[in-house]
Design a protein around this ligand. Structure first.
Ligand code: GCU
Length: 876
């Protein structure tokens, strides 16, 4: 089908500030030249059953959308009076009006959209499907796509859920976008406005279920009061066709119910769960079901009583069965305490297949095993979990993560679908037959299952942007679209989202597309290459770099890096045997170094740093080059975004620019930490001589210090020179100062400092006593990552002053003051550090900027060149 996309050069009313709350459902007015070409009926006919049904809200949405997009105020009626109307309803409701439709037989939640005739038909197999059809129609309209269409579409899978990890106290596990919209003070919030708005967003991407509380579940959700509260949540979401489910704590019969046991085969336990379930269904008659994390990371489970995981899952499946509910049982089961790195054969990646071994025929038919995409834990790159090939009788769903837990915590731009696609498009070749994860396995087709699908961990919070930052929303949008159709093109989806979110300007769409598609490869480049996993702080917050934290603990996310070699040997012949968990064709591929793709080499093999990759580079040189390339790509993002100034609204422009500049700085922290670590451990130099070589950086400890002392940093490589400076008390003004010996030129001057949680230091930078600018260490109010009180790679931050004219002999001084915002938080430390970076080529052709020859030369050798000062301030 040839699609007619209308682009425009006209202005889009950009003056109006936008805060992101409307996400991709802005219904911004199309430019007049497009509106003039739109033919649209004069009324909407809603064939709804009740005033709270999805068809009712679909018609309201249609009215609202058309008013916004076209400026037309259509009547909404409930009967078809003439053929010039947009009719919304189920196929059944439509045919009872004695009208004809060409809609084919539809699957559950599917819909038929016909815009070719004077009567536009938006007909669902059920009410939810009709609502999805309306969102599809509005999406086309909002994108200026006026192609006449007549087609039906059906979901690839029946389960398209999201999992919030919200705690009852209102915090969110791995939440980077504010507090919960569902819970507060161990109860359900009174005002459900945001909950309904969230359901609307979910419906627009065809998500049909949500588990509202953390998998590390608090039994108190099952109190009488909270069960009634869940009823309110379900009432708010039901009109949007989103069914509510909850996570359970396996030990609830004991901890909440006062029983002596939580043995899943104990009669009193079974009765307790059935009783609780019956009560829940009184409050939430259409409850989707339960989600259970058991015997994992300290959570209770059936293994405590020597019962199988199937015994545990079936307990819940039986309780919800009479109501049509399902029991999602997580495959994320492993022993986080007893893995020993000293044992070459120990491997957490083996856990899921081993724990579920022999159980495939033991699960009830309404149990769905929910499997994380890879065998470890949402890493920047993992092979697909082999468990998908083993669960042939049992229903299964994939667990993706929109929450960017190991992926920059929504402070780094990372468009995730290209990574998801490495999993979903993977052919597991079960029994030598085509077994593509998305198309064949999760669709249920490969093993003839009716139940199957998708769950994604999401950390929507109270922040008006939903996910804490605007561009992260492409991941949520794309998730729904991919769960509906895993074969869909992730670039087309991204561009739909971008047009809906930012308008039709081609430069905007192209720039967002380019940045988004570069973002995951860049992030992988600067955080963890060749399948080694995200080299973050795995024993703490999973945010900044800390490669040494991966090893020497029982968490099993090991790299086995020593002075000569790195990687997990997961072969059958010599390693943990993990590769043998795959069907034979895939197992053979991964068993051999020759056939293992470079990007998973260190996942499957332990090799010397000098091992030569298929690319021709050694492993260690690949590490160095990739980290420099990744950080360089990240540093191009602010410039790309800045080219959109004036083309998108000011508020979203500024908020995003701030994040991208932060990311560019943090990518350098990542780069330097990791290359320095592997340079140290391997002793192998970088052939390009970049690692540890910072001619344009001045270390704080080498500057003239006033009321500062030199101190350490942990991990050591989170500061070049491994040292920082820190004030010894808060009552005295402090400063650092240095005289610059660089050639005259125009420079970007970057200051690196450590922005710690609690307390806010104030900084001002002077050049020859003239202020260049000031800032506060207040990222806790601006970014959502897991904050830290340490001088480390999480708190390491850079601010940059652009286009600074510097003469040889100029004096740079940074002064620090402290203002304490929350009075209670006085006893914590604030630290900072400084960099000066020489100008990059960006300004070379600007008339009033002169860049010295040497600066030019150096900037082309190494993207990051600078003066480096590190200066902490101590608050007592
Ligand atoms: C990760 C994550 C935890 C989470 C767990 C899970 O380990 O860091 O916060 O509870 O996954 O998926 O259950």
């Amino acid at each position: 089908m040839r699609e007619v996309w209308l682009f425009t050069l006209l202005c889009f009313g950009l003056a109006v500030a936008e805060d992101g709350l409307n996400a991709w459902l802005r219904y911004a007015r199309l430019p007049d030249n497009i509106i003039r070409q739109v033919e649209i009926p004069s009324s909407i006919v809603s064939l709804n059953s009740t005033e709270t049904s999805p068809v009712y809200v679909a018609a309201q949405e249609l009215h609202k959308g058309i008013k916004g997009i076209l400026g037309r105020n259509l009547d909404v009626t409930h009967q078809i009076h003439n053929s010039r109307s947009i009719v919304v309803g189920t196929v059944d409701a439509f045919t009872t009006t004695s009208r004809k439709t060409d809609a084919p037989a539809l699957d559950e939640d599917g819909f038929w959209l016909n815009t070719k005739d004077s009567m536009i038909q938006i007909l669902g197999q059920n009410e939810r499907g009709a609502l999805y059809g309306v969102f599809e129609y509005l999406s086309k309209l909002a994108q200026g796509n006026l192609t006449k269409v007549a087609y039906a579409t059906n979901p690839s899978a029946s389960i398209r859920w999201v999992n919030q990890w919200d705690n009852m106290d209102g915090t969110i596990e791995r939440g980077y976008a504010g507090l919960s919209i569902f819970f507060k003070n161990n109860t359900i919030v009174a005002n459900t406005t945001r909950i309904a708005e969230y359901a609307r967003l979910l419906a627009s991407i065809r998500v049909n279920g949500i588990v509202v509380n953390n998998v590390n579940a608090n039994p108190i959700l099952l109190s009488e009061e909270n069960m009634a509260g869940l009823g309110r949540i379900a009432d708010a979401m039901r009109p949007w066709g989103v069914q509510v489910g909850i996570s359970l704590n396996f030990a609830s019969p004991q901890t909440l119910g006062g029983l002596k046991t939580f043995d899943p085969l104990d009669k009193s336990v079974v009765t307790w769960w059935h009783d609780r379930t019956d009560k829940l269904y009184k409050h939430v008659p259409d409850m989707a079901g339960y989600l259970v994390k058991a015997n994992s990371e300290g959570q209770p489970g059936p293994l405590t009583y020597n019962r199988t995981l199937a015994d545990g899952a079936n307990l819940f499946a039986k309780a919800v069965k009479p109501y049509g509910g399902i029991a999602m049982f997580r495959a994320f089961v492993y022993d986080s305490q007893n893995l020993r790195e000293a044992n070459w054969k120990d491997d957490r990646a083996n856990a899921a297949v081993e724990f579920f071994n022999g159980l495939d025929e033991k699960f009830d038919d309404n149990v769905v095993v929910q499997v994380k995409y890879g065998p470890i834990d949402f890493q920047v790159r993992e092979p697909v979990s082999p468990l998908f090939a083993h669960l042939q009788q049992t229903a299964s769903a994939i667990e993706l993560q929109i929450t960017q837990e190991y992926l920059g915590q929504q402070c780094h731009l990372v468009y995730l679908p290209p990574m998801w696609k490495t999993i979903l498009d993977f052919d597991m070749r079960v029994d030598g037959e085509k077994s593509v994860v998305g198309e064949n396995i999760l669709s249920g087709k490969r093993f003839n299952k009716t139940l199957s699908g998708y769950a994604a961990v999401v950390n929507v919070g109270q922040n008006t942007t939903w996910l804490g930052t605007h561009l992260a929303m492409s991941n949520l949008y794309a998730y729904g679209r991919i769960a509906w159709d895993p074969t869909i093109d992730e670039v087309a989806v991204l561009q739909d989202w971008a047009r809906l979110t930012y308008g039709l300007d081609r430069k905007v769409i192209d720039t967002i597309t380019e940045m988004s598609l570069q973002s995951w490869p860049a992030y992988e480049n600067y955080t963890g290459n060749l399948g080694v996993q995200t080299l973050t702080d795995i024993t703490y917050n999973h945010y900044g770099a800390n490669p040494q934290s991966m090893d020497n603990n029982p968490w099993g996310q090991w790299t086995r890096a020593d002075h000569n070699s790195i990687g997990m040997d997961r072969t059958v012949w010599n390693g943990t045997g993990y590769s043998g968990q795959y069907p034979s064709e895939i197992a053979a591929t991964y068993e051999s170094i020759e056939t293992t793709p470079d990007d998973l080499l260190l996942w499957f093999h332990h090799v010397p740093y000098t091992h030569v990759l298929k690319s021709g580079k050694t492993v260690i040189q690949h590490f160095y080059d990739a980290h420099y390339a990744g950080a360089e790509t990240a540093s191009s993002f602010p410039k790309k975004w800045a080219s959109l100034k004036g083309l998108i609204d000011e508020q979203r422009y500024e908020e995003m620019l701030f994040r991208l500049e932060y990311q560019a700085g943090h990518a350098i922290v990542w780069r330097d930490s990791i290359v320095q670590f592997y340079n140290n451990i391997s002793g192998i130099p970088d052939t390009s001589n970049r690692v540890g070589n910072h001619p344009w950086r001045i270390e704080a400890e080498d500057m003239t210090l006033h009321n500062y002392k030199v101190t350490g940093v942990n991990p050591f490589q989170a500061a070049s020179g491994y040292r920082v400076v820190q004030t010894s008390d808060n009552s005295t003004a402090a400063s650092v100062q240095t005289t610059l010996g660089y050639p005259a030129g125009v420079y970007d001057l970057a200051v690196a400092y450590y922005d710690l949680y609690e307390g806010e230091a104030k900084y001002e930078v002077f050049l020859n006593d003239k202020s260049l600018g000031s800032w506060a260490g207040d990222l806790e109010h601006k970014l959502g990552y897991t904050l830290t009180r340490g001088i480390d790679a999480h708190s390491a931050t850079r601010v940059t002053f652009k286009n600074v004219r510097i003469e040889k002999g100029d004096v740079v001084r940074i002064e620090t003051g402290v203002f304490l915002s929350p009075p209670l938080l006085v006893s914590h430390f604030i630290f900072f550090a400084l960099y000066l970076s020489a100008k990059t080529n960006l300004f070379l052709d600007t008339a009033d900027h002169h860049v010295s020859e040497s600066a030019e030369l150096l900037s082309s050798l190494s993207f990051h060149i600078g003066v480096h000062l590190l200066t902490p301030v101590n608050q007592s």
